[in-house]
Design a protein around this ligand. Structure first.
Ligand code: ME8
Length: 621
C-alpha cells in the first residue's frame, strides 16, 4: 500500500522559459494536489522539476555563452520563480543534474546491464536534435522529423542499446489487464496501436565525442546516457531522497503529460521499470495542446498579441489558473485567445462570482445582518434542501476531479454560484430587508454560508482570492475586502496597450524565436518619421498619452501606452517613428490612428527617434 497519492509533471527542458503549455500541466498538477488534499483520503506528494541534460540544453547554453551547468542554474531560478508567481505549491522539485538523481540513473543502468538487457551495436539513422532521438528512413515525413517537422541529420555511431523489444509482449499484456493505466481511453488506444508494430530496441547512450553533457554510462567512460533514459528515471529517483519531512513511495499514482510525450511515458518508461525490477506507474494522463495557430493569427491581425504569462502578472495568478483550467477540456486541444480570456474572466469571475460577493458584502453592512448571527435560530430557505444540494455538488466535484476533468468540476461550482445569484434576486433583499428584516437577514446569512462552500471548493483553482474571500466570511464583523472587488472587470482596450510590447501568444515547443517574415511582408508596413506637436494625458487611463503627430501630409491622433515613462511636456517637438498604416482603434474612448515605435524593456519604454535631422514624413525602410 503506497503511503500517499504521488503525482508528477514532466521534467521540462531548460532550453527556454516556461510558456502556457508548461504552465497548464503544472497548474493542473497543483489543482489536483489541492483537491486531493481537500477531499483528503490520502496524503499527496506533488513532484515537478527540470530536464537539464542532452543536446538541446547544451546548445541553448552555448548560444548564451554559458557552461551547461551555469545555464541550468540560471534557468532553474527562472522556472521556480514562474511557478511561485502561479501559486504552484510542489512538494519536491527535482533537477536531473542533482547527485540524488545521477546516482540512481547509474544504479538503474547497472541493473539492466547486469541482466544482459544492454548490448553494443553500430547504428545508422536519421537524428533529430530537436527530439533528441533517431528516426528510421521510413519514419520521416518529407525528409523531416515526423514529430516536430524539423530537419534531421544522418549519423552513424556505435552505441549501447536497451532490449526494449524483449518486453513488448509483456507491455501489451499489461495494458490488457490494466485498461485504466493510460487515460483518456483514446490515448491508450493510440499506445496499443503503436504496440501492434514491432518495437525496436532503444539507443540509450551518446558518445562523449559528440555530447559530453549527460550522466556517464557507468561501465564505459566514452559515453553518456541518452537524455530520455536519464530524465524518466527522475520519477523514481525522487522517491528515494525526498525533501526533509516528506515521504513518498514508488510507484507513482499519476504522471501528467501532454500527448507529445505519450510514447516515451507509456512505452519506454514501463518497460524500463519492468526490466529493472520495479513496478510501472499506476496511471498516465495525457492532455492535449494549447494551440496558437488560429488564435495567434487572429490576434496578430487584430494586433492583440500578448504573452500568456503576462496575463498572470497583470491580472493575478488566480484568474490565469481559472482560465486555463476552465477553458481546456482536459484531454483535448484548446485554443488560446485574448478575447476568450477576457470574456471568460468577465462573465464567470467578475459577473457571476464577483457580483455575488460584492452584493452580499454591501448589503450585509448596509443592513447590519451580523446581529442575527448569534441568535442560533437557523432557517433553511434554500428550497428546503440546502445541505443536500451542497453535498451533491461537492460529490460531483470530487468525481470530476478523480476523472481529471477540472473544467467540469468548475462548471458544477459555477452553476451553484449562478443559483445563489438567482436566490438573491428572488429575495430582493435591498427591498425585503426593509419590510421583513429578520427573515431577510437569516436568508442572506445562509447565502453567505453557501458562498463559503463555493469558496472552499474553488480554492484549489484560485487559492489566493478564495483565501481572501473566506477570510471575509469567517471574520465576525465581515470587514469588507479592499474596494469590494474580488475580480475587477477587464477592459479589453487596456489590454491592447500591451499588444504593442506583446509577443506571440502561445509557443509550443519552447522556441523563443519569432516566425521569419520576407522582405515583401516588411514592405506592407508604412513607417514614417513624425513630429509630436501635442501630448496630453487621458482621463482615467494612467498609462496612456494622447499625441498629435505630424506625419508630413497630415496630423494624426495616436494613443500610446507611454505615460509611465514620459511626461507630456517632454514630448512636444520630439521626432518619433510612426507605424502609419495600422488599423485605427479606440483606446479608452480615444481614436488612435497609428502607433509610435518604442524599445520596451520590462517596464521601461524608450521611444525610437532619428539619428540626425530628416524631413517629417520621410519613409523608414
Ligand atoms: O518533453 N500544450 O520537455 P518539454 C500543452 N523534457 N502542454 C504543453 C505544450 C502545449 N502547447 N507544450 C508543452 C520534455 N507542454 C521532456 C520531458 S519527462 C521525464 C521529460 C507541456 O519542455 C506538456 O506537459 O518539451 C508537455 O508534455 C511538456 O510540456 C513537454 O515539455
Amino acid at each position: 500500500m503506497s503511503s500517499n497519492f504521488y503525482l508528477t509533471t514532466p521534467l521540462y527542458y531548460v532550453n527556454g522559459e516556461p510558456h502556457i503549455g508548461h504552465a497548464y500541466t503544472t497548474i493542473l498538477a497543483d489543482v489536483l494536489t489541492r483537491y486531493h488534499r481537500l477531499f483528503g483520503e490520502r496524503e499527496v506528494h506533488f513532484l515537478t522539476g527540470l530536464d537539464e541534460h542532452g543536446q538541446k540544453v547544451s546548445q541553448a547554453a552555448a548560444e548564451n555563452s554559458k557552461t551547461p551547468q551555469e545555464h541550468c542554474d540560471e534557468m532553474a531560478v527562472l522556472w521556480k520563480d514562474v511557478w511561485e508567481k502561479l501559486s504552484i505549491a510542489y512538494d519536491d522539485f527535482i533537477r536531473t543534474t542533482e547527485p540524488r538523481h545521477e546516482k540512481v540513473v547509474m544504479d538503474f543502468l547497472n541493473r539492466i546491464y547486469e541482466k544482459d538487457d544492454v548490448y553494443v551495436k553500430k547504428y545508422e539513422g536519421w537524428y533529430s536534435v530537436y527530439e533528441e532521438r533517431y528516426f528510421t528512413e521510413k519514419d520521416l515525413v518529407d525528409g523531416k522529423d515526423p514529430i516536430s517537422g524539423r530537419p534531421v541529420e544522418k549519423r552513424e555511431e556505435t552505441n549501447y542499446f536497451f532490449r526494449m523489444s524483449k518486453y513488448q509482449e509483456w507491455l501489451i499484456d499489461y495494458y490488457e489487464k490494466n485498461p485504466d493505466s493510460v487515460i483518456p481511453k483514446f490515448r491508450l488506444n493510440e499506445v496499443k496501436g503503436f504496440l501492434r508494430q514491432p518495437l525496436g530496441d532503444l539507443c540509450i547512450s551518446r558518445p562523449k565525442s559528440r555530447l559530453e553533457w549527460g550522466i556517464p554510462i557507468p561501465w564505459d567512460d566514452d559515453y553518456v546516457t541518452y537524455v530520455w533514459f536519464d530524465a524518466l528515471i527522475n520519477y523514481y529517483s525522487a522517491t528515494l531522497k525526498p525533501p526533509k519531512g516528506k515521504t513518498v513511495t514508488w510507484p507513482a499514482d499519476l504522471h501528467l503529460i501532454a500527448k507529445d510525450i505519450l510514447t516515451t511515458h507509456a512505452v519506454y518508461w514501463p518497460i524500463m521499470l519492468h526490466a529493472a525490477g520495479y513496478e510501472p506507474p499506476k496511471q498516465i494522463f495525457a492532455h492535449g495542446w494549447w494551440l496558437d495557430k488560429d488564435a495567434a493569427k487572429m490576434s496578430k491581425s487584430e494586433g492583440n498579441v500578448i504573452r500568456p504569462l503576462d496575463l498572470a502578472d497583470k491580472f493575478g495568478a488566480d484568474t490565469f489558473r481559472y482560465y486555463v483550467m476552465r477553458e481546456m477540456t482536459a484531454g483535448q486541444d484548446a485554443n488560446f485567445s485574448i478575447d476568450g480570456f477576457v470574456k471568460r474572466i468577465n462573465s464567470d469571475l467578475a459577473n457571476d462570482l464577483g457580483n455575488l460577493y460584492s452584493r452580499l458584502a454591501k448589503l450585509y453592512h448596509q443592513f447590519s445582518w451580523g446581529k442575527y448571527k448569534q441568535s442560533g435560530s437557523k432557517q433553511d430557505n434554500f428550497e428546503g434542501k440546502l445541505t443536500e444540494q451542497l453535498n451533491a455538488v461537492r460529490d460531483k466535484v470530487k468525481n470530476e476531479i478523480e476523472a481529471i476533468r477540472p473544467h467540469k468540476a468548475i462548471e458544477e461550482i459555477m452553476a451553484l454560484v449562478r443559483e445563489l445569484n438567482r436566490y438573491i434576486e428572488h429575495w430582493e433583499p435591498w427591498k425585503s430587508a426593509k419590510i421583513k428584516p429578520e427573515a431577510t437577514g437569516y436568508a442572506m446569512l445562509e447565502a453567505i454560508d453557501c458562498l463559503d462552500w463555493v469558496a472552499e471548493l474553488l480554492a484549489p483553482i484560485m487559492p489566493e482570492r478564495m483565501k481572501l474571500l473566506r477570510q471575509w466570511i469567517k471574520n465576525d464583523v465581515h470587514i469588507p475586502l479592499k474596494g469590494l472587488h474580488l475580480f475587477p472587470r477587464i477592459d479589453l482596450s487596456e489590454l491592447q496597450i500591451d499588444e504593442q510590447n506583446g509577443n506571440d501568444a502561445v509557443n509550443h515547443g519552447g522556441s523563443t524565436v519569432s516566425d521569419e517574415i520576407s522582405i515583401e511582408d516588411f514592405k506592407h508596413l508604412d513607417i514614417r518619421v513624425g513630429l509630436v506637436i501635442e501630448a496630453k494625458k487621458i482621463k482615467g487611463a494612467d498609462r496612456l498619452l494622447s499625441l498629435k503627430v505630424d506625419i508630413g501630409n497630415e496630423v494624426r491622433q495616436i494613443v500610446a501606452g507611454i505615460a509611465k515613462s514620459y511626461n507630456p511636456e517632454d514630448l512636444k517637438g520630439k521626432r518619433v517613428i510612426v507605424l502609419v498604416n495600422l488599423k485605427p482603434v479606440k483606446l479608452r474612448g480615444a481614436l488612435s490612428q497609428g502607433m509610435v515605435l518604442a524599445a520596451v524593456s520590462g517596464k521601461d519604454i524608450v521611444l525610437l527617434t532619428t539619428d540626425g535631422n530628416v524631413e517629417i514624413g520621410v519613409e523608414v525602410s
